[in-house]
Design a protein around this ligand. Structure first.
Ligand code: MN3
Length: 201
């Protein structure tokens, strides 16, 4: 079964005014679809990989045949990162973190304001295209960093908990060059129930 772009569970306009409907439509239907199309084209050359999830492929990139390793890293990363991104956002999002992830943020960063500041700095400061990430390591400890391109924390054996796409395609229509404004607005889209599921996985 070839990889597929998952359907959004909310409307393209559901994240307005923070993220506009047109950006969501192009981002989901065109950009994410392109990652999936390119990932499928790579996997076709190695049908023995067809039973693996994209998370499994990224978690052990050295096991991926060399001739498609870069394609899996870039397009598989794009598929995994975007599938994750759609899930951790939702209408009526934002506010203070709840549940286990709220407790973990408090113990790792002191308070949510400090996490926001740290993640904003990582996302805004990431040169070029990439993502700002909040991740959990094997011992349950949280960390924040930026990563270039479509590199996934899964490639480092880390569990993504929150991620903000800072490729220009994620914000240019509404925010143009104002990446800090986009990141500030993006915090208002976070679905903390979904983030708690990622944190507990
Ligand atoms: Mn994107």
């Amino acid at each position: 079964m070839a990889f597929q772009v998952p359907a959004l569970t909310y409307d393209f306009g559901a994240l307005e005014p923070h993220i506009d409907a047109r950006t969501m439509e192009i981002h989901h239907d065109k950009h994410h679809q392109a990652y999936v199309t390119n990932l499928n084209a790579a996997i076709e050359k190695h049908p023995e990989l067809g039973s693996k999830t994209v998370e499994e492929l990224l978690g052990d990139l050295n096991a991926v045949p060399e001739d498609i390793r870069t394609a899996v890293r870039n397009h598989g990363g794009g598929h995994a990162n975007h599938s994750f991104f759609w899930e951790i956002m939702g209408p009526g999002g934002g506010g203070e973190p709840t549940g286990a992830v709220g407790d973990a943020i408090k113990s790792s960063f002191g308070d949510y304001a400090t996490l926001k500041e740290t993640l904003t700095k990582a996302a805004v400061g990431q040169f070029g295209s990439g993502w700002g990430w909040l991740v959990k390591d094997g011992s349950g400890k949280l960390q924040v960093f930026g990563r270039p391109n479509q590199d996934s924390p899964l490639m480092e054996g880390l569990t993504p908990v929150l991620g903000v796409d800072i490729w220009e395609h994620a914000y240019y229509l509404l925010y143009q060059n104002r990446r800090p404004d986009y990141v500030a607005a993006w915090f208002n889209t976070i679905n903390w129930d979904a983030v708690n599921k990622k944190f507990s996985s």
